[in-house]
Structures are given as C-alpha cells and as structure tokens.
Design a protein around this ligand. Sequence first.
Ligand code: ADE
Length: 230
Amino acid sequence: MKIAIMGAMPEEVAPILEKLGEYKTTEYANNKFYEATYKGVDLVIAYSKIGKVFSTLTASTMIQHFGADRLLFSGVAGAISSSLKVGDLIVATKLAQHDLDITAFGHPFGYVPEGSVYVEADAKMIEMSKEVAKEMDKSVQEGIIATGDQFVANEEKKNWIADTFKADALEMEGASVAVVCNALNIPFFVLRAISDAADMDASFSFDEFLEKSAVESAEFVMKMVDKIVG
Ligand code: ADE
C-alpha cells in the first residue's frame, strides 16, 4: 500500500510533514515529493501549487511515478452552504468543475468530455470519515464540492455555482484530482476546512484563516490515514 496525501499550498501539507518528522525529498516535474514510512505504510506527500493544472499533474505523478494506490486531499475551501462556517470540515461526496463549459455543444455546465459532470469520491473512505469524526468528537459535513481556476470572492458567482452544481463548498483542485483518480482507478478522498465564505471579504478571511483551517484539515486526514493503516 502506498498512500498519497496532497494539498495545494505549503500551508496545507506542512502540518502533515511536521507530524512525520523524517522524510525523503525528491524533485520531479518541477515539484517536491516527500516520501516517508508511517506505521509501516509508505506515504508520498506533496503540495501541487494552486489550480486544476498543477493539481492534475501532481495527482498523476503521485500515482504513476511514485506508485500511490489511494489518494487523500487535505486543504481549505470557500463555503457556499450557510451551515459551513470558518474552521468547519467538509468531506466531498462528489466533485464538479464549475468552469468547464462546453454548453455550446448541448452539454450541461461542468460536463467532462466522454465522462459526466460529477466524479464520486470513494464511498468506503467517506464511511470511514464518519467514524473518525465520531472518535475526534468533531462535526463533519458531507457535500458537493465545486472546483475551478478562480478564487471566488463574489456573491453572484458563488450563487451561480450553488444553483448550477448544488455545491456546498468551492475550491481550486478537488475535481481535477477526482478526474485523474477516477481515470486511473485510484480511490480518493477530499477533505476541506472552510477558510472563507467566497464573498467580498473572502481574500481577507482566507489570509487570516488559511493556516488554522489547513491544520484542522490535516489533523483529520492524518486520523484517516491512521484508520486506513491500522
Ligand atoms: N479556496 C479557499 N477559498 C476559496 C475561494 N473563495 N475560492 C476558490 N478557492 C478557495
């Protein structure tokens, strides 16, 4: 078993690397990959840099070059659902790309060519996350995550994404990672802690809460790893 743990930003993987202590660093495809053995299981960890292209490259590299056979994503997101507040955790049930638009050819918004609008996350890891939440005494919501190459800081855009995709949170990497994992038959799990409400104050909120929310998410994902290896 080799587990990939990925984030988009340094702040999202730093708490994981801190927990591991020792790891080997390999440079590949203009990025750094950190390998470690944790409780007898091999891990590969990386932050992709922001956006769908980098996250696609990194997920694909972790699977095809480093041999990961499952992938857990940890990071922060903007809330759409009013029940999600800064610091709250959301587990993605399925993900869609809100900026993928071939509607001119009769497809719905977000439709992936020769695919579908949504990609579903691994049901077993979602089930497992409920046990982890109980053990940590944390409330974790499940919901739809919408991904796009935009930092959303605008109510109108956020409402459009909410209406079009029934999404509960939005970010910039989850759905592209989902497409990669789905194509390569790799079970995946996406967890996000809320950093902002994707409104006009989003950039300030993001700067203020990125680090704290990233730690919340990373702690939960490491408990998931404990459960998977244990
Ligand atoms: N990640 C965290 N907050 C976000 C936002 N408002 N838009 C896109 N990605 C985000």
